[in-house]
Write a new protein. Sequence first.
Length: 327
Amino acid sequence: MSLAVQIRQPGGPEELHLVDVPVGEPGPGEIRIRHHAIGLNFIDVYHRTGLYPLNMPATIGMEAAGVVEAVGEGVTHLKAGDRAAYASQPPGSYCEVRVMPAKCVCRLPDAISFETGAAMMLKGLTAQYLLKKTRPVEGLEHGDHVLFHAAAGGVGLIACQWAKALGLQLIATAGTDAKCQLALANGAAHAINYRTEDFAARVKEITGGRGVKVVYDSVGKDTWDKSLDCLRPFGLMASFGNASGPVAPFAPGALGAKGSLYVTRQTLFTHIATREATQAMADDLFAVVASGQVKIHIDQRYPLAEVQQAHRDLEARKTTGSTILTL
């Protein structure tokens, strides 16, 4: 048996219930893993609220690190006793032990702790595909400006550091002056408090009126329209989340009027659809963390039993950096 957090219907944090669930043996292509730490992400909120529907009852959570207890037939990249970490479908990481597909589980380097592994896989792989794969049609060159919303969050602080390592001028937005200072301390070239400043006007000022080549936006509804105004001609609007709510339908003709813009909606799970792609992205992430160019900030820790409060704080924008659930 394993302690797990389950939802029986969509709703608020009060729908997160601690229950005991049976855990069996791994089948072909699966592993059984005992978690040491679990990552908290905004996609967990989307699953809990029903924005991303799940079959009920459901155990949520997409990210964790621990020790492999058993492997099923056909699994060759992992063995019992391996330290491992993952960001993976299907949801289910909010638990002590689980059986899951092995495809997206990666061996965790000895130099990286379980807590760091749990805090960085989903967020770090997201930053990797955004900065390395989700690029404007004209490419990104040393010194180019990019705009990154919610830059003091888990993905954002990794992206600030990684962008600096790549020679990019990252313009960060956040909702408080303290969060803006945090982004600057982690490598952002500029920071804008979107609650007190017009971020589109500031972006044009910073870029000498040209705008940025790409906007990375996990906020959604509240930042969408002005983000389009931040882009230079042929710029890319890269949406990868909906923290403020889904983006409303819009007329494609607006993209032409604003400079023949490109729009994309990215998800991590398309990028890690194969074992090979997952490992290549993870290797890139492990290397940049091991080098010290990117440090993983775990700013909040909650026992698994306090998962309701963790969700309340996440939704209230009270968290910075990465958050983990401990066992």
